[in-house]
Structures are given as structure tokens and as C-alpha cells.
Design a protein around this ligand. Structure first.
Ligand SMILES: N[C@@H](CCC[C@H](N)C(=O)O)C(=O)O
Length: 289
């Protein structure tokens, strides 16, 4: 009988992940293996993979081991590596709690975007300190079909283009990445958010994620949207000294985003483990070839 690899499936506001516990970093995870695991018909299915490794055992996180025991080695659904995944950190924390590796309350997780502080609340929601946003200058344009919109370039550790639109349906089927200009603004590709207003400090968004396609939620994207909406609305906590909170509806739920006067952004929402199982190692080896 073929050997087995343990996995779990989880989601944060329906941004869903295959979770691979691998404390000593023993798994070989080339892009083809990640893409096969994330395939919704031939694999398990997910927007990405959360590879759970001890920081000390991973070359990208060894330097963070004193601050955070666990490293979120995040991969997009196409197998590409991304700097950060906001919903991923919340689901990762939920996994650590589920596995008895962390308790309710505060913990730290290492990511390629640095160490993130997490709080697992009694009511079940998970909050992550996302760091601050960078807002590079310059005009960006995003197009879908005959529609084109100016977009705000927001970097949350990973790149985002945030476009305020009249109707979320104008973003089309989002099966292919929306073209953007200028290409130089995003040499490594970009996540694109389409946003409409729902009320005071309340917006709704759709997202096309780099490396995963349209997803039902994106945590870094929701933070980028909250910051872009705040600046558009003339709200800047660094200027007023007052935190600003936006509610961001995503197709898979709701995220609450607060930006503080020191620039720190906190994101809160649901994070759920839905299944546990085993992967046939010979299947995974066969898809990698
Ligand atoms: N879904 C994530 C973002 C994942 C990475 C993104 N696709 C990228 O390539 O930058 C989130 O919740 O932030």
C-alpha cells in the first residue's frame, strides 16, 4: 500500500486552502504538486496551500525562529510562491489551535512577509496584524471587456490594484487576469480588487488573485481595499490620530479592517477547519512526474 500524507482543508471567508502539516520540512512540494492538490476536480481543491513547517526547519524562515515557532510556507493555486496571504495566516492559526499546537489568545506566525501577530478570540474570530500598507505613486488602469477604471496601487507585502466600479458585475467572469497598465507598476503580476460602496465605511469587493484566479475572499486584498477607500474618503489615521474601521464584504463573508494611527492594520474574520484526511503519496508523485 502506498504511503499517506496527512492534510486538512480549511477556509477563511471561503478563501480555501489545503493544509499540509510538515514540521520538519520533509515534503517535496514543486509547483506541479501544489497545482495538483489545488485542482478542484482531479485533486483536493483550494485557492492555495498552507505548508505548515517549523521556522527553524525552513531556509526562508530560519532567521525568524526566535520570534515565531511556525512558518506559513504559502503557495498560490498555480504553485507560485506569494509574499503574504492574510486569510491564510488566520486559517493557519486555526489549524495550530485545532492541532493543539497553539491556544486561544495571542500567537505569532512567520511568513515571507515577516512575523504576523495573531489573536484567536473566544468568540471564534481570528485577528491578524497585517503590518502597514504602502501606496506607491502613479496612475494604474485596470480593464475588463469594454470597461476601464483607474486603480489605486496598494502594497500589503504583496501587490494589489484597487478599482472602484459602478457595479461588481462589470468585473465580468474574471476567468482570466484583468489587464492592467502600466506593466512596470507590477513586474511580478498583481491581485486586482473591484469595489463598490455599501454604506458609510462599508464596501463590497470581488477579487482576481494572482496565481489563483477569482476567489471568494482575499485578506491582503480586503486590507488594500479598506486603505484605498479610506484615502478616497479623506480618512487617514496617521493624520487624524484616530483609528479607521471599514467593513469589507467579500463573496464568501465579511472582514473587518482597522487601520491605526501608527499605520498598523488589523483584519478580523472567521477561520474554519472543515476536513482532515490522507493523500496517497503515489498519486502526488505521479502528478509531479
Ligand atoms: N488570498 C490571499 C492572498 C494570496 C496571495 C496572492 N494571490 C498573491 O499572489 O499575492 C489573502 O488572503 O491575502
Amino acid at each position: 500500500m502506498s504511503s499517506r500524507i496527512a492534510f486538512l482543508k480549511g477556509h477563511g471567508t471561503e478563501n480555501d486552502f489545503v493544509i499540509l502539516p510538515d514540521p520538519e520540512n520533509a515534503l517535496d512540494l514543486p509547483p506541479a504538486a501544489v497545482a495538483a492538490l489545488c485542482d478542484r476536480r482531479a485533486g483536493i481543491g483550494g485557492d492555495g496551500v498552507l505548508h505548515v513547517v517549523r521556522s527553524a526547519a525552513h531556509p526562508d524562515a530560519r532567521h525568524l525562529a526566535a520570534e515565531a515557532e511556525w512558518f506559513m510556507d504559502y503557495r498560490n493555486g498555480d504553485g507560485s510562491v506569494a509574499e503574504m496571504c492574510g486569510n491564510g495566516t488566520r486559517v493557519f492559526a486555526r489549524y495550530l489551535q485545532h492541532a493543539g499546537l497553539a491556544a486561544e489568545g495571542d500567537l505569532a506566525i512567520a511568513t515571507r512577509g515577516g512575523v504576523k501577530k495573531i489573536h484567536i478570540a473566544k468568540d471564534g474570530d481570528v485577528t491578524v496584524g497585517m503590518g502597514s500598507a504602502r501606496l506607491p505613486e502613479g496612475e494604474v488602469t485596470v480593464s475588463v471587456g469594454e470597461h476601464s477604471w483607474p486603480a489605486r496601487n496598494v502594497n500589503m507585502g504583496n501587490p494589489h490594484a484597487v478599482a472602484f466600479v459602478g457595479d461588481l458585475a462589470d468585473a465580468g467572469d474574471l476567468l482570466s487576469p484583468p489587464p492592467f497598465r502600466p506593466a512596470a507598476a507590477y513586474p511580478d503580476g498583481v491581485n486586482v480588487e473591484f469595489v463598490v460602496d455599501r454604506g458609510p465605511r462599508h464596501v463590497a469587493m470581488r477579487v482576481h488573485e494572482r496565481g489563483s484566479g477569482e476567489t471568494r475572499s482575499c485578506g491582503t486584498g480586503a486590507c488594500a481595499v479598506a486603505v484605498a477607500a479610506a484615502r478616497r474618503d479623506g480618512a487617514d489615521p496617521a493624520v487624524t490620530g484616530t483609528p479607521v474601521t471599514y467593513t469589507v464584504d467579500v463573496p464568501g463573508g465579511t472582514l473587518v479592517i482597522t487601520e491605526r494611527p501608527d499605520g498598523e492594520i488589523e483584519m478580523t474574520g472567521a477561520a474554519v477547519i472543515v476536513a482532515e484526511g490522507e493523500i496517497a503519496a503515489d498519486w502526488l508523485e505521479s502528478v509531479v512526474g
